[in-house]
Design a protein around this ligand. Structure first.
Ligand code: ATP
Length: 284
């Protein structure tokens, strides 16, 4: 069990903001940490890693990492940290990057095999693709036998097919080592696939905490579908108005009556929902 009860005064984009997080995490949990830009996600990970100080309390399996009197140093916390920008040692090959953390060759070989990197063990990082580099940094984080694996948007720089490949490898590693994990992610499909719990931060506070279905499913009442989008245009035709809304990569049209049209404006963020049709699926 990991117990967290911390606070830290931050300089948010609109003035002072108190990061205040109280949280118990079960061993083996995979937590997705989500929330708007500037809500405090990275700072929370950095506090857990010991890279940043804060007031409060952190304990991992009864061992105190932070309290009023003591702050356990980064080196003494069993943490694995995976950053968006890989942060590998460029002058060391893949295997050396792993063995730098821990000389356990057997573990290094196992991790490289799981992530299909065995053949690349002697290559330098700058000869690897982004996806391969991120697999190396994931392996390197696991070399520490971490009690807590922290990942800050590790897949956001990768293209969609590489993202899915890496998601599968993260899942395989999680099944194999059962490492308690906190991963910053904004991607619902990624969160759904990987996490068993989602925590949403806003202005430094937890505003939502639950399983992915509870937190991510945005339909309510009798709504069958609901998507978030932005109004790009509102066009008046004979008697009705048509709102052009961008949702992901697509544009959709929604018919509005005059009163509705007047209550929205271009650039409004909206939720498009529907109640009364039976959806069909076709492969694309
Ligand atoms: N050490 C610090 N002292 C004071 N303020 C800080 C400190 N570190 C970060 N901040 C501020 O706290 C706010 C939260 O930053 P943080 O990077 O944690 O947000 P985030 O949720 O990770 O955002 P993003 O999704 O954009 O990465 C920002 O406004 C930032 O400028």
């Amino acid at each position: 069990m990991i117990k967290i009860d911390i606070n830290k005064q931050l300089h948010g984009s609109s003035g002072a903001m108190n990061l205040q997080v109280k949280l118990d995490i079960n061993k083996g949990d995979f937590i997705a940490l989500s929330g708007l830009s500037g809500s405090g996600k990275t700072t929370l990970l950095r506090i857990l890693a010991g890279l940043e100080n804060a007031k409060g309390f952190i304990s991992v399996d009864e061992k105190v990492w932070l309290d009023d009197k003591n702050t356990l140093s980064i080196q003494k916390r069993k943490i694995g940290f995976v950053f968006q920008d890989y942060a590998l040692f460029d002058n060391m090959n893949v295997e050396q990057n792993l063995l730098y953390v821990n000389k356990d060759k057997k573990l290094a070989q196992k991790l490289l095999a799981i992530t299909e990197l065995t053949k690349l063990a002697k290559r330098l990082p700058n000869t690897l693709s982004g996806g391969q580099k991120q697999r190396v940094s994931l392996c390197r984080a696991m070399m520490n036998n971490p009690e807590l694996l922290l990942m800050d948007e590790p897949l956001s720089a990768l293209d969609p097919s590489m993202r899915i490949k890496l998601q599968n490898e993260i899942l395989t590693l999680h099944k194999e080592f059962n490492t308690t994990t906190i991963m910053v992610s904004h991607e619902p499909s990624e969160i759904y696939r990987l996490a068993n719990r989602v925590i949403v931060l806003n202005q430094g506070k937890i505003i939502n905490d639950g399983n992915p279905t509870e937190v991510l499913l945005k339909t309510s009442g009798s709504q069958k579908f609901s998507f978030e989008g932005e109004i790009l245009d509102i066009i008046k035709t004979d008697v009705i108005y048509i709102a052009i809304i961008s949702i992901g990569q697509q544009l959709v049209e929604v018919v509005l009556c005059e009163d509705e049209a007047k209550s929205f404006k271009i650039t409004d963020k909206v939720r498009v929902g529907t109640k009364a049709f039976a959806p069909t699926l076709t492969k694309v």
